[in-house]
Design a protein around this ligand. Structure first.
Ligand SMILES: [Zn+2]
Length: 253
């Protein structure tokens, strides 16, 4: 049986090529000067990989602080017209307009939660965690975070109504965060290239089970990201949980 997977972690970068600004992440990923992720191309790759639903945030909101508010609005408009595309609203904790946007957008069925990228935005959760997560806690919101060496367990235990997705499963630090959250409110996702490491998916499932692992692509080769789960040495039930069931349950789809 083919599982129609849900990609919970994707990005769209929609600006015309000639106006794209080089971003640090391009250098890191050795993609050349520009990271592109045009929706029409992504959609083709997602469909080929039998991914039926995509949750995305706009790269424009992450690479250029001046554009965060505008990019959230652009994304909010885009998802209204595409049935299987959902939005993460990007928060910059130093810009209160992004909290006002989140307050409004989280009420829409097409906005699945808040997205943080402390590294690209240049702040730490030690400085702004309290502000962000008290806001999320009051709204029982789900927060997707680019992984960094932060005290996720301390924050998750202090704000039990919020759900934390520590993205880009890459090793023991992610696994321990999920394991140690007192209220089981930390998840991880398989997006990115680290989850391709030998036996990492298998090891994670052996340690924390499959209930709090979400599937994501981070825009990178959706077919290979899906294949890493599809052909892992884990049970069919675990595969279905990761590719589909956990997202359906957590996001109420
Ligand atoms: Zn991301």
């Amino acid at each position: 049986m083919v599982i129609n997977a849900i990609d919970t972690h994707c990005h769209i970068r929609y600006a015309p090529l000639e106006t794209l600004k080089p971003i640090p992440i391009s250098k890191i990923m050795q993609e050349g000067p520009y990271y592109t992720a045009y929706w029409n191309e992504l959609l083709q790759m997602e469909q080929a990989a039998k991914i039926s639903t995509v949750f995305a945030s706009p790269m424009e909101a992450l690479v250029d602080l001046a554009d965060t508010v505008q990019a959230n609005e652009d994304m909010f408009r885009l998802v209204q017209d595409i049935p299987n595309l959902y939005q993460w609203v990007v928060i910059d904790p130093r810009n209160d307009s992004t909290f006002e946007q989140a307050d409004r957008m989280l009420k829409s069925k097409k906005c699945v939660g808040m997205k943080l990228h402390p590294r690209l935005h240049g702040y730490t959760l030690a400085e702004y965690g309290e502000k962000i997560f008290s806001f999320a806690d009051e709204r029982s919101a789900i927060v997707q975070m680019h992984y960094g060496r932060e005290d996720y367990v301390g924050l998750a235990d202090s704000f039990p109504n919020a759900t934390f997705i520590v993205a880009h499963l890459g090793g023991a630090l992610h696994i321990n965060a999920v394991k140690n959250a007192k209220y089981r409110n930390i998840y991880t996702d398989t997006s990115g290239m680290d989850s391709l490491r030998n036996k990492l998916i298998e090891y994670a499932v052996s340690q924390i089970g499959s209930d709090r692992i979400l599937f994501g692509t981070d825009t990178y080769a959706p077919g290979s990201q899906r294949g890493r789960i599809e052909y892992a040495l884990i049970s069919e039930q675990d595969k279905e949980n990761i590719l589909l069931n956990n997202a359906k349950r957590l996001f109420g789809l």
